[in-house]
Design a protein. Structure first.
Length: 114
């Protein structure tokens, strides 16, 4: 059994939720940037090649945010597993999406929130 400090564990849970919110916000900003760029580029004189390069870079940036979010989902699953082995009541650190199907179907005593 792990001996985790309640306040420190709660701080990790809170920070984890804030990290997801920041990634979601960054992804929304990337989508808004794409729309703003498309609007601004219409009639601007940019060539199709120039605008394509810019759109591709914006898209690649957004893809990295999505990949990072996936990594954080896996990290959340690992944090959740640690919490199952501690001596204090359970504090949710987020939803462990990405666990193997068998693990997802196992009865859990955690309150899981995205």
């Amino acid at each position: 059994m792990l001996n985790l400090d309640r306040e420190k564990t709660q701080a990790v849970a809170d920070q984890n939720r804030e990290a997801f919110a920041a990634m979601d916000s960054a992804l929304a900003q990337a989508a808004q940037l794409t729309a703003a760029f498309l609007t601004a580029s219409q009639g601007s004189g940019l060539t199709a090649t120039e605008s394509q390069r810019i759109l591709k870079q914006i898209h690649e940036s957004a893809t990295k945010i999505i990949e990072g979010r996936g990594d954080m989902i896996r990290a959340t699953a690992l944090l959740t597993r640690c919490l199952e082995h501690r001596a204090i009541p359970v504090t949710s650190v987020g939803c462990p999406i990405g666990l193997e199907l068998e693990q997802q179907e196992t009865a859990r005593h955690l309150t899981l929130v995205a």
